[in-house]
Design a protein around this ligand. Sequence first.
Ligand code: PRP
Ligand code: URA
Length: 209
Amino acid sequence: MSNVTIMDHPLIQHKIGIMRRKTTSTKEFRDLVSEVAMLICYEATRKLPLADIEIETPLVKTVAKEIAGKKLCIVPILRAGLHMADGILNLIPNAKVGHVGLYRNEETLEPVEYFCKLPSDASEREIFVVDPMLATGGSAVAAIDILKKRGISKIHFLCLIAAPEGVERLSAAHPDVEIYIGNLDERLNDKGYILPGLGDAGDRIYGTK
Ligand code: PRP
Ligand code: URA
C-alpha cells in the first residue's frame, strides 16, 4: 500500500522491544511512548515543504530554510495518544493540539466518542493524528471521520504498533491518509488485542487496570 510507511530504524525496533516486555515499568513505558513517537514523527514530517528565508549569521547574510506550507496540529486519540503528542511537541513545539476522546466498547470492539476539541483553525492545518495502537482500526477510522466532518483534509496517522487488519481497514476507509507505523505485528486475538503487541497501551501508560 503506497500510503503506508513501516519504520525499520534500529532505534525504533529496539525501543519497541523494551515496551513489549511485561516487566517494563510504567514510567519507562511512558517515556518510551514519547521517544518512539518523536522518531516516527521525524519520518512523517520528511515531506514538509521548505521555503528560503534571508537571515544574518554572526558573519554574513545568507539564505536559510524554514518550514513553509500549512501550519501543523497534533491530534492525540485519548487516552493513550497523549504521550505520543508530548513527544512530538518536543520536535514541533509550535504545533497546536486538538483532542479526540474515543474508547473501545470491549464487547463490540467499536469506538465510542466522548470528547472532541480542536483548534478553531484546524481545517487550515496539516494534522497528525496519533495513537500508539492500530488494532481493528475502528478508533483511527472514527477519529479521522470526525476530523473530515469538520473540514480537515490533510491528515497523517502515526502509531507505534499496528495489526494488518487495522492497516487494511484504515487504508480502505481513508486512502488519502498517510500512515506511519513503528512495527507491523502479526494479527489480532479474539478479543481484538494485537499479537504479540504490548497489551493495553493506555493501561500501561497510566498504570490503570
Ligand atoms: C486503545 C488504543 C486505540 C484503540 C485501538 O484505546 O489506544 O485508541 O484501543 O483499537 P482499535 O484499532 O481496535 O479501535 P482504548 O479504547 O483502550 O482507550 P484508552 O486509550 O482510553 O485506554
Ligand atoms: N488497544 C490496545 O491498547 N492494545 C491492543 O493490543 C489493542 C487495542
